[in-house]
Design a protein around this ligand. Sequence first.
Ligand code: ZN
Length: 243
Amino acid sequence: MIRVTVWNEFRHEKSEEAIKKVYPQGIHQVIAGFLGQNEDMTVRTATLDEPEHGLTEEVLSGTDVLLWWGHMAHHEVSDEIVRRVQDRVVRGGMGLIVLHSGHASKIFQALMGTRTDLLRWREDGEMVRLWNMDLTHPITEGIGDYFELPIEETYGEHFDIPKPDDLIFVSWVPGGEVFRSGCTWQRGLGRVFYFQPGHESCPTYYDTNVQRVITNAVRWAYHPNVPQYVTGWTRPLPLAQSK
Ligand code: ZN
């Protein structure tokens, strides 16, 4: 079983009526709802206002793949928890899926090492077409050449990310911008996927293609049997004792 934790800042849905209408129980509950229908996944949720943001040592050590949605309160996420999540990715091999405005989160910046908050954006209710750039990648399984969302926030290049290991999606909008909207990176033992759609006022997480991409990404980011390795001062290895 893949042990999944869906983390959400969970502020917009409590403070703004229009957004509460789209996600009455919070974005995390919708994501946990569709992921939880997979027989190979057990899913829990965690939110910013829980003690330790819901990401205790116990929760993280029992998480194989963590999803991250945040926007208005990135600065309220404690540096100690960010280090804990980073360590769990890099040394523990936990997968991390960063969603939408999570591009500006502390954890994504810590793992990327660039100003990932820098990109073009506008909120005009435009449609977006996401082109599948990697037809054989596990994350795009069941997705055709492209799919469209009728309404989404517009993000555009330049996006200040390190060069991705795999470029999975490029978005196009009628306004002319393009955007690297699906990217992967290996960080230590952990796999990271960034996926752009998911503005809080848009019903994006109800879309079947979006759900398929996120479901595929969870399976891709799952990395059981993480190798053990030795670092630091060590004695010389004995000779002629091959395994
Ligand atoms: Zn947004």
